[in-house]
Design a protein around this ligand. Sequence first.
Ligand code: ADP
Ligand code: MN
Ligand code: MN
Ligand code: MN
Length: 405
Amino acid sequence: MDLVSAGRIGAEGIEAFHCDHHRTKGEAVPYQAEYIWIDGTEPSPLVRSKTKILPDGKKPPIWGFDGSSTNQAEGSNSDCVLNPVFTCPDPLRGVNDILVMCEVLDVNGKPHSTNTRAKLETVAKKYASFEPWFGIEQEYTFIQNGRPYGWPENGYPAPQGPYYCGVGGDMMPGRDIVEAHTAACMAAGLAIEGTNAEVMMGQWEFQIGPLGPLEVSDQLWIARWLLFRIAEDFGVFATLEAKPMLGDWNGAGAHTNFSTKPMREAGGYSHIVAACEAIGKKVNEHIEHYGVGIELRLTGKHETAHYTQFSYGVSDRGASIRIPWQVAQDKKGYLEDRRPNANMDPYSVTRLMVDTVCTAASGSKGAPAKKSAAKKTTAKKAPVKKATAKKAVAKRPAKKAARRR
Ligand code: ADP
Ligand code: MN
Ligand code: MN
Ligand code: MN
């Protein structure tokens, strides 16, 4: 068994490894920090990562990488900088190991042109007094041998119908990976809220939130990285492609649920409608950043509205924006923008939504006072399950993965 597999046996496994080979009792041990960042691959960026071994107690510092290998720099001037922005326990390695979400800077310390997080940070600060919250539903598809996981080698599975939230038989390929991924997200302290099987066989969903725009985006990228990494151990590839199978098969989206403080409070319904109207005035500007291949997915079929049209409505899964039934009932709450693709960049999507909605609402009746904007942070009031680094993690979730292989 190689080291990786050995590590995946569980926290106890890696501890035992340290004890046997490196360590006497009570001695400080180095730990592993997995630095994760978003690259410059076009048209859809990929997530990358590499490992840094750090002395016990040392915080993860700024680090670098070869930007010429990630479409982020020229070979002659290749250094890019990794600046840690969010850390959480690494559920796949030892109890002291961590995952480190990074933004990319150039060597002068300025945000790199691929750094969409920095742009969001500016907008999030500007509109902090609105206390925006997001919940993102991440759909994705497992692929093996170039076909959705579990699909017959030749031909197609039975048509869509039984797979959404289905159970039983051989209809639900990938469930063991989903279970391992969910447990990993929980052990990492991410605000994962739920999972479900999707309409197309081999397609699944998890939700992260509700959190402020920066927090939800950082955590979504970590959750994506965990998904890709865990699927590796099952010999399966998880893709965020928007329309992996053309024809009468559902695409993969990332419904983005959004609210501001005024929308969540009594009388919030008028603010929700105003938000829909504001978004409806910027259709192209939003769609442009809602993910590659959006015209293949937003066809007007398969629970989508056509990408050239804009509509909103209560309970309407054929609308661009759905106002959930319960929200219409309560007369306050949130809206669901159903258009973003599975492969969207949450830093860009949440930035556009906050910017469009809060700019339109600023100065209108019921807008939060600007004064408090500088003092408050978006995370404060959101029901954040804070993920702190070095927190003792629950039993390792990936045992199944190790056994299976
Ligand atoms: P559905 O599949 O019916 O569209 P899900 O249960 O998958 O809905 O997702 C609902 C999403 O709504 C979750 O991500 C949750 O965080 C989000 N959400 C709930 N309340 C709010 C709110 N007040 N503001 C923003 N997002 C919210
Ligand atoms: Mn959902
Ligand atoms: Mn869904
Ligand atoms: Mn949804």
